[in-house]
Write a protein that binds this ligand. Structure first.
Ligand code: PLP
Length: 384
């Protein structure tokens, strides 16, 4: 019984700290105009940055595939769930990322667990940015390696960590940071890694599709090859608008992960139709220059409009545009007041972000128009 009183006390505490989470129900397709709990809303909170989650060509590709091969993969990749669609997608992703090989996972969370836990052991050291995504931290825990964390984007602190580790070293960082929207200084990080003989793994979940000339992400935008960044993680549930993730790297490392990663081995392959849909969205991403240009225009317009209201924007040039609020209650209140005016944005609170830095996390999409951002501006003006 003790356990049970502990867990209700923990929920009570979250309530009192204004930290209780609750879910809304999406009644429509994902997009910028959604129906939430029966109410039409203008949304600024999905990661569907290019508007592909409900794109007709992507939907058709999935339906056509289901008609041919059904729904469930029925087995793991290493038994007989590895469908031809998965294989072709992996080859196309490897070419897209300019890496020798890519390996699919069912989610980004699993890719990060699977890659880190396969490559690192308790004799090794993992060095991570303080603001890395939870899945990277959890991958480190699963691997049992020694963990060092450096201050966010602080190259001097990273160098101290690199100098202090004598064992095999892996440096891990988000490309675009998911709650702040800023980018890691990857060129300098890669340089330090090569100087100290460390591997580098970049999780480019939010850069993929939105950055780089053909959407291959931050690593590609900075011109970093597989020598500079041996391991790149991309997720497919964000700008790609589908589901899943991949790791791209040299053939030997990818083969090793395939052989030794438990989160890769002991799970059912994702439906082949998801791979078929993703192959279609990959084409749209590669040819998505207009979408990326529109997204960038929206980002610039958003920043100009919202800062004119006196809100504190963070130093982000990406589709993730957080407005720093500070107190949990204030963030919740603003999000609620916007919701009453038909605008959906999430209040992000600890433990997702550090204490005292609660924020409204706006995300922009290529599908937003200036009129949409004007509508947000008018709503915000009423609540400042
Ligand atoms: C969303 C995200 C993930 C997890 O990807 P899923 O496919 O949603 O599991 C991993 N890393 C980062 C940086 C993310 O933003």
């Amino acid at each position: 019984m003790k356990q049970f009183s502990d867990i209700s006390a923990a929920i009570e505490k979250r309530k009192n700290d204004q930290l209780l989470r609750s879910r809304v129900q999406l009644h429509s397709a994902q997009g910028i105009r959604v129906v939430i709990d029966g109410q039409p809303m203008l949304s600024f909170c999905s990661n569907d940055y290019l508007g592909l989650a409900n794109h007709p060509l992507v939907c058709e590709a999935m339906i056509a595939s289901i008609k041919k091969v059904g729904v469930g993969a029925g087995a793991s990749h290493l038994i007989d769930g590895h469908h031809r669609e998965h294989e072709q997608l992996e080859q196309e992703l490897a070419a897209f990322m300019v890496r020798e090989r890519a390996l699919l996972f069912s989610t980004g969370y699993m890719a990060n667990l699977g890659v880190i836990a396969a490559l690192m052991t308790r004799h090794d050291t993992i060095i991570q940015d303080k603001l890395n995504h939870a899945s990277l931290i959890d991958g480190g825990i699963l691997s049992q390696a020694r963990s060092l964390r450096y201050r966010h984007n602080d190259l001097e602190h990273l160098e101290q960590c690199l100098a202090s580790a004598t064992s095999k070293k892996l440096v891990v960082t988000d490309g675009v940071f998911s709650m702040d929207g800023d980018c890691a200084p990857l060129t300098d990080i890669a340089q330090l890694c090569s100087q100290y003989g460390a591997w580098l793994m970049v999780d480019d979940a939010h850069g993929l599709g939105t950055l780089g000339d053909n959407g291959a992400g931050l690593v590609s935008q900075l011109g970093l090859d597989s020598k500079a960044v041996p391991l790149v993680i991309g997720t497919l549930g964000k700008a790609f608008g589908t589901s899943g993730a991949f790791v791209a790297g040299d053939a030997t490392t990818i083969e090793y992960i395939l052989q030794y990663s438990r989160p890769y081995t002991y799970t059912t392959a994702s439906p082949p139709s998801v791979a078929a849909a993703t192959r279609e969205s990959l084409k749209l991403v590669i040819n998505g220059q207009d979408r990326r240009a529109q997204l960038n225009q929206n980002i610039a317009y958003f920043r100009a409009k919202i800062s004119s209201l006196g809100f504190e924007l963070m130093s982000s040039s990406t589709a993730i545009q957080p407005v720093l609020v500070g107190a949990n209650e204030r963030a919740l209140q603003l999000s609620k007041q916007l919701k009453e005016q038909g605008i959906l944005v999430s209040a992000i609170r600890p433990p997702t972000v550090p204490k005292g830095t609660a924020r409204l996390r706006f995300t922009l999409s290529a599908d937003h128009t200036q009129a949409d951002i004007d509508e947000l501006y008018d709503a915000l003006r009423l609540v400042v």
